[in-house]
Design a protein around this ligand. Sequence first.
Ligand SMILES: Cc1cc2nc3c(=O)[nH]c(=O)nc-3n(C[C@H](O)[C@H](O)[C@H](O)COP(=O)(O)OP(=O)(O)OC[C@H]3O[C@@H](n4cnc5c(N)ncnc54)[C@H](O)[C@@H]3O)c2cc1C
Ligand code: SF4
Length: 568
Amino acid sequence: MANLNLTAKKKHSYDAIVIGSGASGGWAAKELCDRGLKTLVLERGRGVKHIVDYPTASKAPWEFEYRGSVSVKDQEPYGFSKFMRAETLHWRLKEDEQPVVYEKPFRWYRGYHEGGKSLLWARQTQRWSDFDFEGPARDGFAVDWPIRYEDMAPWYDHVEKFAGICGFNDDLPELPNSIVQPGFELNCVEKHFKQAIESQYKDGRRLISGRAAHLTDPQQIHFDQGRGRCMSQRMCNRGCNYGGYFSSNASTLPWAAKTGNMTLRPDAVVHSIIYDDKKEKATGVRIVDANTREMLEFYAKVIFVNGSAINSNAILLNSTSDRFPNGLGNDSGVLGKYIAWHNYRGRASGRHTGFKDKRTAGGNPSHAYIPRFRNLHAHEMDFLRGYATGIGGGRGKHRSSEGIGDSLRDNLLKQEWGDWHLSAWMMGETIPVEENHIRLHEELKDKYGIPQIVFSCDWTENDDKMVEDFKQQIGEMFERAGCVDISVDDSHAAPGSDIHEMGGVRMGKDPKSSMLNAHHQLHACKNVFVTDGACMTSTSTQNPTLTYMAFSARAANFAADELKKRNL
Ligand SMILES: Cc1cc2nc3c(=O)[nH]c(=O)nc-3n(C[C@H](O)[C@H](O)[C@H](O)COP(=O)(O)OP(=O)(O)OC[C@H]3O[C@@H](n4cnc5c(N)ncnc54)[C@H](O)[C@@H]3O)c2cc1C
Ligand code: SF4
């Protein structure tokens, strides 16, 4: 009998386990496999193979039953939303999959399938700088990051070369240059806006083409992944048959599979991490099989937690033992606290009556970007930190849907060009505060027997002041660029609407006030690494995923080195 158990245990044993196959987990898996480690990737959602499982990727509008609209009946299992479309319904989460408790309003957007949200993202990839890593220490909030830009620069290079980032090198201290392929050109109204801003403001504000994870000039390393050039089709969130943008499915996961070292287990809902009090380390992971509801255990020397920020918090909180009654590694008591996100509440639009000779807005799958200009070199505002701004310009056609029969048809066919328009959205940094937290509900559980997550997060006065400044500044910039019909407002959207939730397992130098050290190891359990948004000490303004990917690659290589030295 003992032998049988040993054989079963051996069958379930690996060098490394990665929880989650999204943007960060895919990178951890690739690097660990490249280093020769037998790696098990546990993914709670279904398997999604590149190209094969993109059912709508090349469908024309008329091939959908209601031209892409979703009937009320079909919306029901997913909850109702005006944004639901048939093109992307297969990525949506059914409401009964993971009920949660919102103590205060929060919008939690999830992608539960192989590849996670790397299939859904908008692919914006700006680097962080020391304005970000030094921010908490300089401005006196949260805790100091235990790393600086120089620790990350080689890993940004590493990730950018493999993933393929397009854009331009803008030589801005607040936005270090990237390894780029040619960027997408701004259209005429965006170029005009750029010129208006850069000539009229003397505070260094710039408008650039946002860097994005698209292949505009693929290199051998991308062909080796089976990927090709982006054709600017702009249907990325259906899955791209060309592999034109970076996703785990097109890039890191097939690469890891090719090494022969990866086992990917979909439908594996991680319940908790197993901690051995005697060995003083984590020894494995408990999962609930989503189909059979059987609880199974898998074992490994190192464990990477990459379930996306909130889930990684929840998994650690649910991993209790005699040594860690309040969650794995939670000696400091900060686990689940200091949750932060990005402030996308401010938005604006305006019309420009010029450029009538120019028709096409171009097929840019990225957009224009104004890097943060507030509180950069000095603390000049009555709020902390600042905001970047996303900008999109375009020109549409008007058509009337008046009439009936022949007159309706004639009106629909008679399209007239409208004016050029500009829109803007705020991307503000939020300050992590202790009260903004998630925790596990004491009684309510989901269908897998896992405690439900309680969200208790809210805006602060700092966020409100930042929105007011954004509104004033963007309105003025639109005015100076000669826009008319300018509309500026605060959407008052719930926290989380930006889909950049972060924190709860923050990095820091002091184990008394943080969870992770400079290598993403739990201070109190060194063979567990957290490299997704949960590890973020502060949020900066840049879209965060490039940084999670670079963190994952760096930590995975560190783990492989430590294993070799027998330190783990
Ligand atoms: C519409 C949209 C636009 C976005 N645009 C951008 C952008 O332009 N730039 C940017 O930087 N970011 C953007 N993001 C955010 C970006 O997608 C995420 O930051 C990124 O995917 C996070 O990577 P991750 O690995 O932490 O999580 P994910 O990619 O979400 O992957 C997590 C994986 O873990 C799995 N998992 C969760 N819990 C468990 C469990 N208990 N057991 C097993 N598996 C589990 C999930 O199923 C999922 O596959 C956008 C997101 C969306 C939805
Ligand atoms: S824009 Fe590029 S990456 Fe997006 S779907 Fe088209 S070809 Fe693919």
